[in-house]
Each structure stands twice: as C-alpha cells, then as structure tokens.
Design a protein around this ligand. Structure first.
Ligand code: ADP
Length: 432
C-alpha cells in the first residue's frame, strides 16, 4: 500500500509539473508577444535618446532585459550590459528566427547571464531586431516550494496506508487464528481455506487411526510376549518344586527351549517392524539381482523344507531391481517360509521372479492348506493368524506378512493373493 501510494504520488506530481510547465511556457509566450508588440509600436516614434530611456524604464518595471540589435547582429541597446563589450548577436537563435520569419520565441541557456532564459524577438520596420528576455526560473522555484508540501502529503498518506493495512490484516487474520485445529470446519468463512482445512481434518483422522493402531500394537505385543514367558516360568517352577520326574526333565527343558525360541523370534520380528516404521526415509537402495537373492533364501530355507517334507523349487532369471536389499530378502524369505510352513507333507512350493515390460513379478505358489476367503483381507494385519494355535505350534508370530506389506509399500509395489482352502495359495508381488 505504501509503495502504491508513493508511486501514485510521484507519477501525479511529475504529470502536474509537466502540464504546468507547458502551460507556463505558453502563457509566457503570449504575454511576451503582447509586451513586445507594445514596445515596438512605442519605439517607432522615438529618437535615439528617448529609446534607451524608454526601454530601460520598461525593463526595470517588468524585471526583464531588453535588447535592440541591428540588421547585421551588432547590439545597439541593451538594458543589462554595455553594447560595445557585447559580442555579435547574429547567431542567437531568436535573432536568426526573427530575421527570417519576423518573430521568434526561444527558451535557452544564456551565455551572457549564465541562466535559462525565455527570449522573444521581432523584426521591426527598419530591419533591426527588438528582443525581450526573462530569466526562466519560475517553474524550478515552484518545484522547490512544492516539494515540502508533497512530502507532508506523502507522510500523511503513508500513515493512513499503514493504519488501513494493519486494520485489514487484523480483520483477515482473526478468523484464521480462531480455527480449532483439532476439529476444523469445512464451511469456513474463507472458502479458499477449505482445501487446507480438509487436509488438516484428514491428517487428524490419520493420526487418530495411527495412534489407535499403535496402542493396539503395544497391547498385542505385551500379550504375545507374556504367553511364552508365562509358559517358560511355569515349566521352570515345576522343575524347581521337584514336581517333574527326573526322566521328564528333558521334555520340560525342551518345552522351555521351544518357548524361548518363539520369544526370540517374536522379539526379532517386532524389532524389524519398528525399524521399518522408524527408518522410512533413511534406507539406501542398491541394485539387487533377484537370482542371487532368491538362491540365498532358497538355501537358508532348505532345513525348513526338509522339516515339513515339502519340495521347494525356484525359477528365477537374472532380474535387476533397485531396492533395499535386506528388505527384499525379508520379503521373499517370509513369503517362502509361510508357503513351506502352511503346507502338507509331500507338498510343493515354487518361487519365481520374472520381468515383464516395466514390471517385476515375485510369485510364491504352494499347494498347502490355503487361506479361507474371509481371512484373506486380514492376514497382513499385525499379529493376525488364521489358526492361532496352529501358527503358534509351528513358531509363527503373526508379523511376517505385516513386514511383507511394509516392504511392498516402501517400494511402491502391490501385493495380490489368490488362495483356496486345501488347494493352495499364490501370492504375487508386483514392483514397478
Ligand atoms: P505367521 O508368523 O503366523 O506365519 P504371517 O503374518 O506370516 O504370520 O501370516 C499370517 C497368517 O496368514 C498365518 O498365521 C497363516 O494363518 C496365514 N498364511 C500366510 N501364508 C500362508 C500360506 N502360504 N498358506 C496358508 N496360510 C498362510
């Protein structure tokens, strides 16, 4: 607002001065034209002595300078200087004009007076030139006088501009400061704000949902940890109290080892998940060769395949993909381990990775126990298990597929599942 006010003021002042200067020039010319006509008429009837007296009086009265110049440019009379010391005036623009056209008006810098002057010259009947000059400083004097006034106007304008800006911004800001950030209304006074408020509302919902999930997760974690610890403690107490026959101690110790293994497995998975939650943006992606990765997983899962008496086969081309290597390994490992675990003796598991155009497909197929239709949408939830006791028995934590989901989301891929109970399961991960 201040800059605008300043701009308007400067432009207006310049325009006013320009107009005023034009008008002033025009008026001066008119005035001088009348004056010079009167003087030249009066001079016609005078002799030499009277001429000088007359022009001196007129010049003094009007605060002007009057010069009479002969046909050849020599100065005959001048009311300021001694004609004999003055140079020839033939070359003066107004003199040349008057000689040629009869009369001439020129504003120029005078070398004699060292000032800007208005000059009006006419050719008289005898061919000599009569010239009047005025020092032309009116307009600059006026500018000098008016500048303080403009400054005062400017200060007043700035003051009001600031006052208005302050009041207006307060008025605009007030409703914004009043927004209830936890429950933003979408019919806000400024409709331009609605997208932002909607986003805040969505963010609040997501936060509430995430908080709920986190609380549930903590409760689940405590519960899941408590079960094996309670068993371990129970078995150990039985042994401590001598309630286990010596020949059964080995069996109970075995149970304790199994539960502790479960516990370790569980804690491992929880740590992996929370690392994934935390380090979302920090992990380095590298070029992963799926053939090497799958061979590694295949080798490490051989004991599991043997244990469940399942045939485990891989069919992987050398597909390269930019990914977080450890995450990818975890993903393939978990999918294959599930396919082996939830299988039947003599069953079959096939891991294949292929590339088709822009996409890489990781497919794990088994002909195991399958997943009931109604559970398929839930198996990626943390701690969700179709058959809790079965899963526990084979050492499941309910976190494997949650980790898989996390990894797929991190790599902006998608995961599809086809499964039928007692027929088998096919899980396909598609990465772009
Ligand atoms: P878990 O540690 O129990 O294996 P997951 O998150 O890996 O947990 O899997 C969740 C549940 O999904 C499992 O408990 C199991 O019931 C079911 N599931 C996963 N993969 C398969 C599969 N290939 N065949 C049958 N059921 C499966």
């Amino acid at each position: 607002m201040c800059i605008l006010a300043l701009g308007v003021l400067v432009v207006t002042s310049v325009l006013v001065f320009a107009m005023f200067s034009r008008m002033n020039k025009f008026q001066t010319k008119e005035q001088m034209s009348n004056e010079i006509e009167d003087i030249s008429a009066a001079l016609m009837h005078m002799n030499e002595n009277e001429i000088y007296k007359y022009i001196s009086e007129v010049a003094e009265k009007n605060n002007s300078r009057i010069t009479i110049i002969s046909k050849d440019g020599a100065v005959l009379y001048d009311t300021k200087d001694e004609p004999s010391v003055m140079e020839n005036h033939r070359e003066r623009r107004e003199v040349m004009g008057a000689m040629k056209y009869g009369k001439s008006f020129v504003i120029r810098y005078s070398t004699t007076t060292k000032m800007r002057t208005c000059n009006y010259a006419v050719r008289m009947n005898d061919g000599s030139i009569l010239r009047i000059s005025y020092v032309f400083d009116n307009i600059y004097k006026m500018v000098q006088q008016i500048i303080p006034l403009i400054l005062v106007v400017f200060i007043v304008v700035i003051f009001f501009a600031l006052l208005m800006a302050w009041k207006m911004s307060n008025k605009i800001i007030e409703p914004i400061n009043g927004i209830d950030i936890h429950h933003p209304q979408t019919d806000f006074i400024y409709k331009e704000f609605n997208p932002l408020l909607k986003r805040i509302g969505k963010y609040n919902n997501e936060r509430t949902k995430n908080e709920k999930l986190r609380r549930e997760f903590s409760a689940n974690v405590s519960h899941e940890l408590k079960t094996p610890i309670t068993s371990i403690s129970g078995y150990a107490q039985l042994i401590q109290n001598g309630m286990v026959k010596p020949e059964d101690v080995e069996v109970f110790a075995g149970k304790i080892v199994k539960e502790s293994d479960r516990l370790i497995h569980l804690v491992d998975d929880i740590i992996k998940l929370s690392r994934l939650d935390e380090k979302k943006n920090e992990l380095d992606k590298v070029i992963v060769d799926f053939r090497d990765l799958c061979t590694k997983v295949w080798e490490s899962l051989q004991p599991v395949a043997d244990k469940y008496k399942v045939n485990f086969e891989i069919d992987v081309n050398s597909v390269r993909y930019i990914a977080v290597e450890l995450m990818m390994e975890e993903l393939i490992y978990n999918l294959c381990e599930n396919a082996l675990k939830y299988n039947k003796p003599g069953g079959h598991v096939k891991l294949s990775v292929r590339r088709d155009g822009q996409f890489v497909y990781i497919v794990v197929e088994d002909n195991g126990i399958g997943i009931p239709k109604e559970c398929q949408s839930r198996i990626f939830e943390r701690f969700y298990r179709v058959d809790k006791s079965h899963s526990k028995q084979i050492g499941g934590t309910g976190l494997g597929l949650a980790i898989v989901k996390h990894v797929v989301e991190y790599h902006e891929g998608k995961i599809d599942i086809e499964s039928e109970e007692n027929v088998g399961t096919k899980i396909t991960v598609t990465l772009k």
